[in-house]
Structures are given as structure tokens and as C-alpha cells.
Design a protein around this ligand. Structure first.
Ligand SMILES: [Zn+2]
Length: 264
């Protein structure tokens, strides 16, 4: 199979990071993944320079939104800044010519009605000017999560479907999150496709934790709890570009790419 396999890297010089890994696909954060401070572009040539240089180098860029974004929550003091931060990241990612912005499904509070969260997702998609594809990612855990189990993903997808920009929303399937979140990897691609009709990106990660543990700790391939054939099977079935968010730098990522390629 000739899938593009890349990695999550530092944003300062993502093209050098891509070259060091022998790949044409990289993902990175634009700023602090744990903070509400807006995005920043650290590439020496700025946003325009990065867009032009990536295009010239034939490198596809993906941006991962900060983890703190939770557009589903019933808490105004989180939901409102989350929407603002989401728009800022959409704009910044579009300015560098990124192929997509990946955002986690988020969650509602422990005692909250999840229906409110599904509708908050619809409102967030309505309220955001999606100048590039927004890729909703499944999560491993979180109390009352929106995108851990398939029934919830289906409800979020249903809600988003009635928004005017629904066609700008895609799906990012994370293998570590699916496994630790309690979704069987031998059927998860078909299960997700039955709901969304699309998988735009795969986050391929092994998991340090057991099936359905709810923990989110990525591992290098073969070093975690996920069966090698199942992991490769997800990548094969999804047939989408792959980002390895595995530990280490260029050497570890090259080893992970080779491990995966051997099994495709
Ligand atoms: Zn991921």
C-alpha cells in the first residue's frame, strides 16, 4: 500500500522535521496545546513562507488544535473561549495551507445531559467559519465524553449533519484512543464509516494501556498493548493518510514508519 505516513513534530521548522523522517506529511501544534492563548506561528518565514515552502517541498501540513478546546461543554466559561480558540486555529491553520485542523470531541460535565453536548457541537460548527476541513477526533476517556464510544460519535455526527458547513467536518481516527476507549479495532473502521462515511486521517499510535482503560498514553509500535495485526489492519482498512503521534524524535518515528510499512 502506498499510504503517506508522517508524524507529529515541533512547529519551528516542520519541513526540516519532515525531511529528517523521510516523509511528506507532518502535524504540529500552533502554540500551547494546554492553554487558551491564541495560536502562534514560529516558522522563520511566517505563515506565508511556510505555506509556500511546504507547497514547494510537496509536504502536507496538518494542525492539531489545543487539547483545552471543548466546544461541547455546558460551562459557558469554557465553551465560549473554546469557540474563539477554535476559530483562531482554523484561521491560522488555513493561513499556512494546512489540509485540516484536528480537534478532540470534548465532553460535558458528569451530571450533564449529553444531548446538550451534541447540540453544542452543532452550534460550534454553525458559528465557525470553516476555511479548511475540521477533523473531529475520537478520544480515549473523559467523563461523559462526546467521541469515545460509537453511539456518542453517531449522535455528534447527526447533530453536526444539520449544520450548514457539515461537509467541512471530517473524521480523524486515533488507534490508541479507540483501543483504550473500548472500541474493537477489528471492526472500528467499518463502524466509524457506517456513521461518518469518511475517515480523513488516522492517528496511528500503540497504547501503553489496556483495552477500555480510558487512559491516553501513546506508545511506539510493538511496545504497547495493541496487537500488531489489528493496528496494521486499521491503517489498511481506513486507507487515509497516517500521523504517528508516538514518543521520540526522527529516529523513533522512522522506526515506527518502517514497522508499519512492513505490515501493510
Ligand atoms: Zn491523536
Amino acid at each position: 500500500m502506498s499510504l503517506t505516513i508522517g508524524a507529529h513534530v515541533d512547529q519551528t521548522d516542520p519541513l526540516a522535521e519532515a525531511a529528517a523522517r523521510g516523509t511528506t506529511l507532518v502535524q504540529f501544534f500552533l502554540g500551547d496545546p494546554q492553554g487558551y492563548k491564541g495560536p502562534e506561528i514560529r516558522y522563520a518565514g511566517g505563515a506565508d513562507g511556510l505555506r509556500a515552502d511546504a507547497e514547494a517541498a510537496g509536504v502536507d501540513l496538518y494542525v492539531h488544535a489545543p487539547y483545552v478546546i471543548n466546544v461541547a461543554t455546558t460551562n459557558n466559561r469554557i465553551r465560549i473561549p473554546s469557540r474563539k480558540l477554535l476559530q483562531q486555529h482554523v484561521d491560522a491553520a488555513a493561513s499556512i495551507g494546512a489540509k485540516g485542523l484536528i480537534v478532540h470531541g470534548g465532553h460535558v460535565g458528569k451530571g450533564d445531559d449529553p444531548e446538550v453536548g451534541f447540540d453544542n457541537w452543532r452550534k460550534a460548527v454553525e458559528a465557525t467559519d470553516l476555511t479548511l476541513p475540521l477533523l473531529l477526533e475520537n478520544t480515549a476517556g473523559g467523563d461523559n465524553a462526546m467521541a469515545r464510544y460509537l453511539d456518542r460519535i453517531a449522535k455528534v455526527w447527526d447533530a453536526i449533519g444539520s449544520a450548514s458547513q457539515a461537509d467541512r467536518v471530517g473524521f480523524c481516527l486515533d488507534t490508541c484512543h479507540a483501543h483504550a476507549g473500548g472500541n474493537k479495532l477489528d471492526t472500528v473502521v467499518d463502524d466509524v464509516l457506517a456513521i461518518t462515511g469518511r475517515i480523513d486521517l488516522v492517528h496511528c499510535n500503540d497504547s501503553r494501556d489496556a483495552f477500555d482503560s480510558g487512559a491516553d498514553r501513546h506508545a511506539n509500535f510493538g511496545a504497547g498493548e495493541i496487537d500488531a495485526d489489528l493496528l496494521a489492519g486499521v491503517v489498511r482498512a481506513a486507507d487515509a493518510p497516517v500521523v504517528c503521534e508516538t514518543p521520540g524524535g526522527a529516529d523513533e518515528h522512522r522506526a515506527d514508519f518502517a514497522w508499519l510499512r512492513d505490515r501493510l
